[in-house]
Write a protein of this length. Structure first.
Length: 98
């Protein structure tokens, strides 16, 4: 895995490496609205995971996931540290631990 100075650098590099879709985290799946696609835990792998901490506030903390589906669809998911963890199914929570 690479080391990045910030979230923007990581996003740019991942997009250059084919992680071009944007995923949203839902309780039981990942959703890509531009592709009208839902990926359930058995349908994808977390390929890379990066944590970033804000300089001025813990509210700026985030996690960047590089995701690839079994069908080869690549994308990214940005999540605040644990903000949505309580709303996830146990299968999704386990999968998102990387």
């Amino acid at each position: 895995m690479k080391n990045y100075n910030n979230l923007i650098d990581a996003l740019q590099d991942l997009k250059a490496r084919g992680y071009t879709n944007d995923f949203n985290l839902k309780p039981h799946c990942l959703e890509c609205t531009s592709l009208a696609l839902q990926l359930h835990p058995e349908d994808f792998e977390v390929k890379e995971l990066y944590r970033f901490e804000g300089d001025s506030s813990t509210d700026d903390n985030s996690i960047l996931f590089a995701i690839e589906s079994k069908d080869g669809i690549k994308g990214v998911l940005i999540d605040a540290y644990g903000v949505y963890a309580e709303a996830l199914s146990s299968e999704m929570a386990l999968k998102m631990k990387g």
